[in-house]
Design a protein around this ligand. Structure first.
Ligand code: CP
Ligand code: NVA
Length: 341
């Protein structure tokens, strides 16, 4: 694994928010990746001093989560900090109390605030009113803690330096995970392909951000509906769910029709021409009928797998659980860099 920037740069992030990739310089972004790798190695060392002893953080979730919530909780616990978890049913946020008022109250009590919700403007407002760092745990536009994890995972699973790595995201490239991967890959100087039907291509704002960054880092970007062009030579094939949280369930039929050719199966991975290609997914994944949603969709559409087949998901090529573990180490890097400096 090749890391490019000493972790000391992460100190410049003390007291800062972590809302979207483009708020950071390339050096700051790369320093977080390096810090995450260092913290991952240090986790098992005996006798290490907790870096966040006596700190308290609030976790505000307006949408469901397994990985992000647990990663924040375990990262905080590992470093001696305390957490409070608030879901929509157990706080006044949005019902009786505004985001601005919530931010000012929580700032008096906590050293940092994580927020997951729909409208990205809400997390920006939260950060504007909070006196402590605010971390974006996913909005409709961006999922920066996921992108940080995706970058670390690719570096760990490749002998190449970041600038020689090719990642192809296939599927709904309009969504938060795809947009964040596009910008994060540009930050790392990678060859980044977004492979989707034109209707589901990343928004112009995300592409413009990525292009501006690529002009500095030398990243190569390709937004294409052509699977052969987008997948040729890829080291990593990444996908995500076809209908994201907060989108109407009625979209499923249209998305299945649009995205069926972009489902990750063995034939799609063969297009890469790379026997070493690795499969990535932010999770949760719909790869069969072992979930309520999978069964409902299967009984309605006759289709039994969606963005990825069970064969690929369970194969040697799949690194999705290494990726899931890295949510912990990368979120810990964000906490340590912004809280401890
Ligand atoms: N990948 C991810 O954000 O997972 P959760 O929704 O479980 O947090
Ligand atoms: N795009 C997905 C990511 C889930 C982690 C969603 O927003 O639901």
């Amino acid at each position: 694994m090749t890391l490019l920037v000493p972790d000391t740069t992460a100190r410049s992030l003390a007291g800062r928010d972590f809302l979207k990739e483009v708020d950071l310089t390339v050096e700051e972004w790369r320093s977080l990746v390096a810090l995450a790798a260092e913290l991952k190695m240090a986790r098992r060392l005996p006798g290490r001093a907790p870096r966040l002893a006596g700190r308290s953080i609030a976790l505000l979730f307006e949408k469901s989560s397994t990985r992000t919530r647990c990663a924040f909780e375990v990262a905080a616990h590992d470093e001696g900090a305390h957490v409070t978890y608030l879901d929509p049913a157990s706080s006044h946020l949005g019902h009786k109390e505004s985001v601005a008022d919530t931010a000012r109250v929580l700032s008096r009590l906590y050293d940092g605030i994580e927020y997951r919700g729909s409208d990205h403007a809400l997390v920006e407002t939260l950060a504007a009113y909070a006196d402590v760092p605010v971390w974006n745990g996913l909005t409709d536009d961006w999922h920066p803690t996921q992108a940080l994890c995706d970058v670390l995972t690719m570096l760990e699973h490749s002998a190449k330096p970041a600038e020689q790595i090719t990642v192809a995201y296939v599927g709904d490239a309009r969504n938060n995970v795809a947009r964040s991967l596009l910008v994060a890959g540009a930050m790392m100087g990678m060859d980044v392909r977004m492979v989707s039907p034109a209707e589901l291509a990343p928004g112009a704002d995300a592409v413009q951000h990525a292009e501006r960054i690529a002009a500095v880092t030398g990243a190569r970007l390709d937004i294409t509906s052509d699977r052969h062009r987008g997948l040729a030579g890829a080291d990593f094939v990444h996908t995500d769910v076809w209908v994201s949280m907060g989108e109407p369930p009625e979209l499923w039929d249209r998305r299945i029709a649009l995205l069926a050719p972009y489902a990750v199966d063995d034939a799609l991975l063969e297009i890469t021409g790379n026997p070493q290609v690795r499969f990535m997914h932010c999770l949760p994944a719909l790869h069969g009928t072992d979930t309520e949603l999978g069964r409902q969709l299967a009984s309605r559409t006759g289709r039994t797998s969606f963005e990825v087949t069970p064969e690929v998901f369970e194969s040697e090529r799949s690194i999705v659980f290494d990726q899931a573990e890295n949510r912990l180490h990368t979120i810990k890097a964000v906490l340590v860099a912004t809280l401890a400096g």
